[in-house]
Design a protein around this ligand. Structure first.
Ligand code: B1M
Length: 211
């Protein structure tokens, strides 16, 4: 079994320490952080997601798998930064109100910081008002919203409305993403940018801030 398959297996079993050690081993063997993420950690989490859907595993198993994924990401993080560039723009980032999923959001943060952006991470369950007030406080270029649930992605429209009501809409780019979010959903709620994954979110953010 390859080290990447082992990482996937151990992540599914929720073995946080072993996942951490194997991610380090894979790096030591010369594998890239991106490859370890995309071919080890993410496939493991995807299998857990499928099992969760079929009721073959339940919330506790998913939580310990998520913890193992986060411990692996922690080891990879220093190797995912492309540069130590100075501030290339400011992003206010969070998972929308009612939504507790943060692994994808954390990856977006890592990728954006890796490109030299300043990221104000508001965490999970972030209300539209919190997004807007943090954007004002930090004079942000971008509000970036993550959602993993079809029931919470609708909160993104409230973020757009809150930005309009507070008078900052013309000065801020609103970016949306997360598994259920699509370009057409982005267009339908009047947001500005959609990104399908963390790396493209960072590319889009750099392009926006450079304008
Ligand atoms: Co949840 N969950 N979950 N869950 N969970 C999903 C999302 C689900 C698809 C599982 C399923 O049924 N197959 C399903 C949603 C169904 C739907 O709405 N269509 C679901 C459900 C139903 C629930 C609960 C309601 C379950 C329950 O309690 N009955 C509950 C809701 C809690 C809440 O939020 N209020 C719940 C709870 C949980 C846990 C707490 C147990 C845990 C979260 C732990 C954590 O995040 N710290 C959890 C997990 C881990 C998952 C799955 C298994 C994995 C999600 C994940 O982290 N993926 C997920 C199934 C799945 O996705 N296969 C599932 C890995 C991550 C890297 O991917 O977040 O998609 P993702 O991020 C991607 C892109 O989407 C993108 O970049 C990343 C990759 O580069 N991206 C952006 C993300 N944000 C972006 C923002 C951007 C741009 C790109 O711009 C701003």
């Amino acid at each position: 079994m390859s080290v990447l398959d082992e990482i996937s297996e151990l992540l599914q079993k929720g073995k946080a320490n072993e996942v951490k050690e194997l991610c380090q081993k894979a790096l030591d063997e010369g594998l890239g952080a991106k490859q370890i993420l995309e071919e080890g950690l993410m496939p493991g989490m995807s299998i857990i997601g499928d099992k969760f859907k079929k009721n073959e595993v339940y919330v506790p198993e998913v939580l310990i798998a998520a913890r193992a994924m986060n411990s692996g990401i922690g080891v990879l993080k220093p190797h995912m930064s492309e540069s130590d560039a100075t501030n290339r723009g400011t992003v206010v980032l969070g998972t929308v109100k009612g939504d507790l999923h943060d692994i994808g959001k954390n990856l977006v943060k890592i990728m954006m910081e890796g490109k030299g952006m300043a990221v104000v991470d508001l965490g999970i369950d972030v209300s539209p008002e919190q997004f807007v007030s943090a954007a004002k406080e930090h004079n942000a270029d971008i509000i970036a919203c993550s959602a993993l649930l079809t029931t919470t992605m609708t909160e993104m429209e409230n973020v757009v409305k809150a930005a309009e009501e507070s008078g900052i809409r013309d000065k801020i780019t609103i970016m949306v993403g997360g598994a259920p979010v699509t370009q057409s959903f982005c267009d339908s709620i009047g947001a500005d940018k959609y990104a399908p994954d963390a790396a493209s979110a960072a590319d889009e953010a750099i392009a926006v801030a450079a304008k």
